[in-house]
Write a protein that binds this ligand. Sequence first.
Ligand SMILES: Cc1cc2nc3c(=O)[nH]c(=O)nc-3n(C[C@H](O)[C@H](O)[C@H](O)COP(=O)(O)OP(=O)(O)OC[C@H]3O[C@@H](n4cnc5c(N)ncnc54)[C@H](O)[C@@H]3O)c2cc1C
Length: 469
Amino acid sequence: MTRPTVCWFRRDLRLDDHPALAAAAGAGGPVLALYVLDPALLGPAGPPRRRFLAAALGALQELTGAQVAVVAGDPARVVPAVAAAVGAEAVFVTADFGPYGRRRDEAVAAALAADGRRLEPVDTPYAVAPGTLRTGGGTPFQVFTPFHMAWQAHGWDAPTPAPAVTWLAPEAAGQPLVRPTSITAGPDDTVGTGGTEPHWIPATAGPEAALDQLDAFLAGPVHRYKDCRDFPAEPGTSRLSVHLRWGTIHPRQILARLGPEPGPQAFARQLAWREFYADVLYGRPETARAAYQPKMAAMELDDGPEADRRFHAWAEGRTGYPFVDAGMRELAATGWMHNRVRLVTASFLVKDLHIDWTRGARWFMRHLVDGDLANNNHGWQWVAGTGTDAAPYFRIFNPVSQAQRFDPDGSYVRRWVPELVGVADRYIHRPWDDPKGMPLGYPYPVVEHDAERKEALRRYEAITTATRA
Ligand SMILES: Cc1cc2nc3c(=O)[nH]c(=O)nc-3n(C[C@H](O)[C@H](O)[C@H](O)COP(=O)(O)OP(=O)(O)OC[C@H]3O[C@@H](n4cnc5c(N)ncnc54)[C@H](O)[C@@H]3O)c2cc1C
């Protein structure tokens, strides 16, 4: 009889278009579906991500008829123990390209090998595996546009249907089984907002929900994407980031359905940004924490009690800049923030408050339901001017004019900042100028943008001068 195999699910919580699962099933024997709750990953994940994970695992249980063994512990210990318990020679996985995932998989592969078993990486969470594309000079791409062209030229496989699988009962794992709902418990570091936990609607978590969301987006909004994607009050973007984060959908499943029209192609270009940042992080894993451009590490930054006070005003949505505050409150309430607002809030922290981008990136990672190391940290580095292909440091977002351009009638601000509901459109993005006075309970600006813009430029100039000297 053919021996069982293990399919260890990680960021691939679906059955369709799952080459690692297909390879496990293709070996001929029954498959044990395994998910390991790794404390090293669960610890830093905030309530929104833990809840989404719990709900996505719940959806996977439904799809498999409750055949997923969810166990807790260090994967280097647990995975070999499970493989031994079921008598599997091979553990199939979708390869992980992040710095932690690569270290973890090396440790798991070594522990399996010590016991005469093997880890079999098949496929990746990307249309094109990080590390595949190279410039003419054979080096990793540092600039998005040529990467995008090479990525399109390379192409990707068509999605495949779910394989037929004979599941092995979860009890065969020989480990205590954990109920996915227990994952939602954990430390909550919501600051000063009355302790209300962010809420995410778990009904939107599984692969079926992801495909429904894709259908709805393709049925209309994708054709207006180019014009609407920057307006946070509109339902102009796909909201698929969380599904891509957890692999409840694979980018191949999306790309296969995008036509050549401008809207779908503009959308595919954004998917390529996700692939670009994964490629960059794969080539330079230290940029998960450090500036991609080393010279920028010398930037003069603010810390101490006043910087802490300002950081908390930013995190809690009390900066006195309505567009920034709306974004930070949307994040706290839903675990998601619109891309345009991510750009403006991140710029405000770095260039108006002069606080280290890594501090903001950590806050985002803790609170975002789609928190993804490559996208988040390189999104922050792009804004901070420390990354690849970066917006020059001197391009500084103005929180008022950005708001006037992308939230012209203030509907986004009014949705998230109830203190400003009664303010006239003319003053909604600068309520301090309202002749009727500042609405009760809303703060005056924590800093003055024009002055801080000049200060940011002075600090940048100091680095540039030092580098030239
Ligand atoms: C400071 C900052 C932090 C960010 N942190 C994250 C993060 O932790 N996780 C995350 O998935 N995205 C992050 N982004 C990128 C972007 O904001 C989100 O992917 C997007 O807002 C998700 O909404 P959507 O799915 O509706 O996007 P859509 O506009 O529908 O885009 C489709 C998909 O393309 C990818 N994408 C779109 N824009 C970008 C981009 N600028 N960079 C990389 N990929 C992109 C995402 O996977 C997204 O789901 C960050 C951006 C900034 C500026």
